[in-house]
Design a protein around this ligand. Structure first.
Ligand SMILES: [Zn+2]
Length: 57
């Protein structure tokens, strides 16, 4: 997805863990600028990854 604020690409991945009754709201924050781009309710963990346009290190 693209950040609604800075327009840069990133993706998020929800990893469910089977913990009964342990659902919480996790916010999807842009790794580039920190803008919140929605949220998911999950009992697992949300991983957010940058997608860099170039591969310089
Ligand atoms: Zn952003």
């Amino acid at each position: 997805m693209n950040c609604k604020k800075c327009g840069k690409e990133f993706y998020f991945q929800v990893t469910e863990m089977n913990v009964p009754g342990g659902k919480e709201r996790e916010y999807i924050n842009c790794p580039h600028c920190g803008e919140t781009n929605g949220s998911v309710v999950t009992s697992g963990v949300v991983y957010i990854h940058k997608i860099e346009e170039s591969s310089k290190n």
